[in-house]
Design a protein around this ligand. Sequence first.
Ligand SMILES: Cc1cc2nc3c(=O)[nH]c(=O)nc-3n(C[C@H](O)[C@H](O)[C@H](O)COP(=O)(O)O)c2cc1C
Length: 166
Amino acid sequence: MARILVVYFSLTGHTKQVAEAIAHAARADIEAIRDSAGRDYSPPHLFWFAMEAMLHQLPDIEASVHDPAAYDLVAIGTPNWAGTATPPAMAYINRHKGQFRQVALFCSEGGQGGEKVLAQMAEAIGLKPQAELIVTEPQLTSGALQGMAEEFAHAITAAAAAGPSR
Ligand SMILES: Cc1cc2nc3c(=O)[nH]c(=O)nc-3n(C[C@H](O)[C@H](O)[C@H](O)COP(=O)(O)O)c2cc1C
């Protein structure tokens, strides 16, 4: 069976919820990205973290638990911060760039700008994503996530089984 890894950063739990739904539907391994400095991502500091995201600065993150090179496909998720991927998610991509066989990308957001976030991640990785998913907060609260995650999981499972196109 093809191996899939779901990796995500989440501050307030939305992206974690999306990641868990995908991992469950795709029977994938799952891993959270964590800031190794243990920085406090609480509201008084968010302005600075948003600035960091816009300036594309990369924080130190904890050692990866799973080896992405051992997976047929890695799905990477982040919240949308001011139209950019979060610095911890970009730090993960920067660390493992060149080790991914195939990728899929997802983000959660308040309601707009997710396309830019996924495009930024795809460009940094240098691979065309096999699937993309943007989940808004209203979709999370309405219960739409389940069906969206299942559709995404179906696409990544098929891509992982088929292998990278040459
Ligand atoms: C610093 C910051 C900037 C944000 N910027 C945007 C934005 O530009 N567009 C948007 O739709 N949501 C924005 N949001 C909302 C988050 O993307 C949204 O709440 C997301 O689901 C949070 O994911 P998490 O719970 O996994 O941390 C922002 C949130 C924060 C904290």
